[in-house]
Design a protein around this ligand. Structure first.
Ligand code: SIN
Ligand code: CO
Length: 388
């Protein structure tokens, strides 16, 4: 699915992670979820949601899940409801992602949907995400300011990161179907002109802190420790000599040079579960192949994330890969790993062919046990509260 009037090559060369862009009428019928359905999601325990409001000058954030009657007690204007990860709960919203196929799936964070009556805003801020703001129903006026960073001052004593200073460099009013792309760190805010829905498709990029922290905590052992050299022992007792500094640098360089280790971390990081506290429903895993042969459909759980790394790129092994699923790493045949990671929907016949290989069969069973893959019938039965 291609966005109307959109030139991918021009976008990737000139705008992606560089500067904002307005894409008029990128979508024809942006009615993927109604305000009532969104409010319904915000009442669910597993769903992350917030209501942002300015009351008597002070900014207030209430976190969901909300009791149903919360919505009837809200004022007519000047508030926003924000619901994270709506792509996990609404197949219609998840389908929006197919229009962003020109970007790697593993860079995606989620689709947040916000509803705001007239005047609703979360005020001036910046995100560390690249975001496509798609206007659903209604309209919203966006102002975009300068590039910010850790140095940018925020208002004190607010539960939101609201920028103290904001100078508008660009203003645009989005109508249903319009898209505004804002690169990470650009100051921005939108104000609802009329009751409106905005879909934010967010792409995250790990910071150097995430990398160093993550590699350190998740991949390194405590055993590898600093060792004194004869040279560093000769220094004055209070002096940290250059040779000690070089040794610490060598310890870091050894880690930085270890592509296996860094690839393991990256695969796990980008597929990590967004809400690890919630268990996935599972199918029985003892007869996967028979169920597929009988024509049953296996699906990727909507909240599961998959990515793979070709082993050829690491160890010269053409047909092997590592598959990452919800933060777990599995050695896998490249054919299976790429099929699962690249496809939106899995075809039973294709899977039956892949499962003639015993290693593939074992891996699919493991993924079914973990809940990353689930038979459609079991998934929908669970949604209706019939299973588990
Ligand atoms: C909103 O949808 O109101 C806020 C989205 C954003 O600024 O990132
Ligand atoms: Co934002």
């Amino acid at each position: 699915m291609i966005l109307n009037g959109f030139n991918e090559k021009d976008f990737l060369e000139n705008y992606w992670q560089k500067k904002p862009l307005v894409i008029r009428q990128g979508f024809d019928e942006p009615n993927w979820i109604s305000p009532d359905e969104l409010a319904g999601l915000a009442c669910e325990e597993e769903v992350e949601s917030r209501i942002v409001m300015q009351e008597t000058g002070a900014w207030n954030v209430e976190h969901g899940p909300f009791p149903e009657d919360r919505f009837s007690t809200l004022p007519k204007t000047n508030w926003s409801l924000l619901v994270q990860g709506v792509d996990q709960w609404s197949p219609e919203v998840a389908d929006i992602l197919k229009s962003f196929d020109f970007l790697p799936a593993w860079r995606l964070d989620d689709i947040m949907v916000s509803y705001a009556p007239v005047g609703g805003t979360v005020s001036q801020h910046y995100d560390f995400f690249d975001v496509f703001l798609i206007q659903g129903e209604g309209s919203r006026t966006w102002k975009i300011g300068d590039v910010c960073g850790s140095h940018s001052e925020c208002l004190p004593d607010t539960p939101l990161r609201i920028l103290k200073d904001f100078e508008s460099r660009m203003e645009v009013t989005l109508q249903p179907g319009d898209i505004l792309y804002i690169p990470a760190k650009y100051a921005h805010y939108g104000v609802s002109v009329e009751d409106s829905l905005t879909y934010s498709v967010g792409f995250r990029a790990p910071s150097i802190c995430d990398v160093v922290d993550g590699v350190g905590v998740e991949c390194l052992l405590e055993d590898d420790r600093f060792q004194d050299s004869a040279q560093s022992l000769q220094a004055q007792r209070g002096e940290i000599p250059k040779s000690a500094i070089s040794h610490v640098k060598d310890m870091l360089l050894k880690v930085m040079d270890d592509e296996q280790l860094i690839s393991s971390w990256l695969g796990q990081y980008v597929t990590d579960k967004k809400y690890p506290e919630f268990d996935l429903p599972t199918s029985a895993a003892d007869n996967c192949l028979e169920r597929l042969k009988a024509g049953e459909s296996l699906m990727k759980h909507p909240s599961s994330r998959f990515a793979y790394i070709k082993q050829a790129e690491l160890a010269g092994n053409e047909s092997e890969a590592f598959l990452f699923a919800d933060g777990e790493k599995y050695p896998a045949k490249l054919a299976l790993a790429s099929y699962i990671s690249n496809q939106y929907e899995l075809d039973s016949n294709e899977l039956v062919l892949l499962l003639t290989d015993v290693q593939n069969q074992e891996l699919v069973t493991e993924l079914v046990v973990a809940g990353n893959l689930i038979f459609e019938d079991d998934f929908f039965a669970d949604e209706l509260g019939e299973a588990n």
